[in-house]
Each structure stands twice: as C-alpha cells, then as structure tokens.
Write a protein that binds this ligand. Structure first.
Ligand code: SAH
Ligand code: SF4
Length: 385
C-alpha cells in the first residue's frame, strides 16, 4: 500500500511575472503604487528600460537592494526574441520576431535620409482577410502583448547598440503597418504607442507615430479620445461595391461611416492642420483605372487628407497583379490635378526583396513590406515608379 508522505508538498505553480517592458507610464505608476512605492520609482524604471536599454533588474542601481529583490520576485523585463535578421545594402533591416507560444511576426526598419521608420506588427496574423494581403491569408493567431509591440522598438534600437541619448536617430518614426489590425488589439496598441510618445521612454512626436487601420470604426472613434498619433486608413477603393470585395470589414463599416470617423478623429486633435493619410493599393484592372481615380477625387472632397498610392506587391497565393507604371502615373495625375498631395512608392531593385522567402519559419515578406513602408514615409515625395 502506498501512503502519501506527510512531507509531500503540492506542485508549485509558478506565478506569472509582470513584464515591465509593456507598462505605459500610468500603468507603471500604478504598479509601484500598489507595491507601496513612490511614483518616481516608475520614472526610474522607465528610463532604465527605454532610455538605457537595461533589462536586468539587478542592474537598476538607483532602486535600492530591497526594492530590486522585491521586483525580481514578481516582475521581469523581457523583450521578444529575434528569430532572424536580414540586412539590405540600402540599409533596410528586417527581423522575424519570435513571440511567446512560438508565433513569428515581422518588424522592418527603413532608413531614409536623416531618419528611419520602424514598421511594427500588432498581431500574429490577422482576422480581417483583405483579399490582397498575405497576412490575412495566414488567418488570426493571437494579439501581441504591449511588451511584444514596444519590444519591437526596443529590439531595433538594441540591435544597433544605440541606447542612450540619440535613440531616436535609430528609430525616428514608427508606423503600425506590420502584421495585424492594430485597432483590434486596442489596449495593448494604445499602451505601446503611449510609450513611443512618452518622454521617459522613446519621446517621439505624435506626428511621427502612425496607426494604419482597415477601418474598425468603433475602435477608431474610441482612439480619438485617447491618442493623438497620426492616422492612415487603408481605403483601396472609391466605392462600397468594390471595397466590399477587397476589404471585407467594409460590409460592416462602409466608406461613408469610415470617412466620417476619420474626420472626427482629426477634429479631436489639438493641431487642426493634421490630415489623414489615405492608403490606396493599386491592383491591375481591379481598382487602378482613371474612372476609379475620378471617383476617389469626389469621394475625398470633404476629408482633409493626403493619398499614398501603393502598387500591389504580388505574392504566391494571390492572382492579383501589379499595375503598369503608366497606369500608376495616370491614376496619380488625376489626383494631383484635383489638388491632392499624392505620394507613390518608388520602384527599386532591392536586394532585400530578392531575399524574400529566405527568412526562417513562416514569416516571408511576400508582400515586399519594406516598399509599402517607404510609401508611407513622408520622405517619399511625389515620384512615380
Ligand atoms: N491592418 C492594417 C495595417 C497593416 S497592413 C491595415 O490594413 O491598414 C499595412 C498596409 O499595407 C495597408 O494599407 C494594407 O492594405 C497594405 N497591403 C497589404 N498587403 C499588400 C500588398 N500585397 N501590396 C501592397 N499593399 C499591401
Ligand atoms: Fe489585416 Fe491589414 Fe492585411 Fe487587411 S490589410 S488582412 S486588415 S493586416
């Protein structure tokens, strides 16, 4: 007969530590208040992590030994892991980032003149299934945590060994245009964007942080009350019939409702001169005709905006094709003649694109994301490829 030893102890379930990397300033202050500590501790820890790049709590020397021991017990500062890195001769750097559970997301840094734009992912996969998007084809796996989102900024700076004064020379702009729909991961994206803007973290100006959405209108309305980042909207069609096919969420929130929400977002900003960026992926014989451009001119009349044209980037599971340079030129001309500011991705023979498909794992840049981000970057002036 087996008897239980009186000394046997129940299995210890490890407590999940709080990852301090993803806490916004307000959340960090609350965390320290709950520990019975003063607010300035939050400021010290934010500076260690985001200014100095220090993630070992033992090394946060101004916290005092007792507090450090307490923190080591309940907290950690844990960035996601880099699964692979690719460098292009034009300076573009791409990472596949491995997150808890094994999923991979992509982060891309695109230097341009004296600035560099980091394109950050918000979800593993995406549930919205836009017909021209490879992320949509993967389906949705999960939301990234705030630590995994801001961790992409942290890792980019770390990879250049550039923590300390001048962080923002390595990452001067952030665009939420990687994998996923940021507004479907609202709280984590807002916490991470707060850290991008926060002086005790990355201190970027609100003009230099851009959220791109396919049009989750209720969440966009909510964002207007809590954030001042720049807004980009993935429109891709000048009427509902066509947009319903390309961007299925349009069936729920049609164009008129979406544009009204964009205008409200802009009206809520203290700086009234800001405009929404309209992203328009040009797909051959689908939405790239002059008639579409004319319809777009009328559609956007009442919405303060600029337009980013993105020639479609082909990928294996898609039958869509990229329009000819002439078609892009014609489309662009119609908008310019109507007085719009229009940017177009420049065509380059990028060696990093030649390396597409060479990343380890399932993250393959089939859509040549780095080009899309260039198109999103203000530095790209009116150039037709
Ligand atoms: N989910 C958000 C942000 C990520 S997608 C959104 O949809 O806005 C970032 C941008 O890349 C969007 O404008 C998207 O429509 C565009 N895009 C996606 N796949 C593309 C492709 N194959 N070619 C060109 N642009 C693409
Ligand atoms: Fe999702 Fe954006 Fe891709 Fe649409 S374009 S499937 S919203 S990531």
């Amino acid at each position: 007969m087996t008897t239980l030893s009186p000394t046997s102890t129940p299995a210890i379930v490890p407590r999940k530590k709080v990852n301090l990397l993803g806490l916004s300033r307000v959340q960090m202050e609350q965390f320290f208040e709950d520990l019975g500590e003063k607010k300035f501790r939050a400021q010290q820890v934010l500076k260690w992590i985001h200014h100095a790049g220090v993630i070992r709590i033992e090394d946060m020397s101004n916290l005092g030994k007792a507090l450090r021991d307490k923190l080591l017990d309940i907290a950690e500062v844990r960035p996601p892991e880099i699964a692979s890195q690719q460098d292009s001769s034009d300076g573009t750097r791409k990472w596949a980032i491995r997150v808890d559970g094994g999923g991979l997301v992509e982060t891309v840094l695109i230097p341009s003149g004296n600035r560099a734009t980091l394109c950050v992912s918000s979800q593993v996969g995406c549930s919205l299934d836009c017909s021209f998007c490879s992320t949509g084809k993967q389906g949705f796996e999960r939301d990234l945590t705030a630590a995994e989102i801001i961790g992409q900024v942290w890792l980019a700076i770390k990879s250049y060994d550039a923590f300390g004064p001048g962080n923002n020379r390595v990452v001067s702009n952030v665009v939420m245009m990687g994998m996923g729909e940021p507004l479907l991961n609202f709280d984590n994206v807002v916490a991470a964007m707060d850290l991008m803007l926060e002086d005790l973290a990355y201190g970027l100006s609100k003009r230099r942080v851009t959220l791109s959405t396919s049009g989750v209108v209720p969440a966009l309305d909510r964002l207007a009350g809590v954030s001042e980042v720049s807004l980009a909207v993935s429109l891709h069609a000048p009427n509902d019939e066509l947009r319903n096919q390309l961007v299925p969420i349009n069936r729920k929130y049609p164009i008129a409702v979406l544009l009204e929400s964009c205008r409200n977002y802009m009206a809520a900003q203290s700086d009234k001169s800001r405009v929404v960026t309209i992203e328009y992926t040009l797909i051959r014989d689908v939405n790239d005709q002059v008639t579409h451009a004319r319809e777009l001119v009328e559609l956007l009349r009442d919405t303060p905006c600029k337009v980013n044209l993105i020639p479609f980037n082909a990928f294996a599971q898609s039958d869509y094709r990229r329009p000819s340079g002439n078609a892009v030129q014609r489309f662009w001309q119609v908008l310019v003649d109507a007085g719009y500011i229009v940017t177009v991705r420049t065509t380059r023979g990028d060696d990093i694109d030649a390396a597409c498909g060479q990343l380890v794992g399932q993250v393959v840049d089939r859509t040549r994301r780095s080009e899309r981000y260039r198109a999103a970057d203000d530095a790209q002036l009116i150039t037709v490829g």
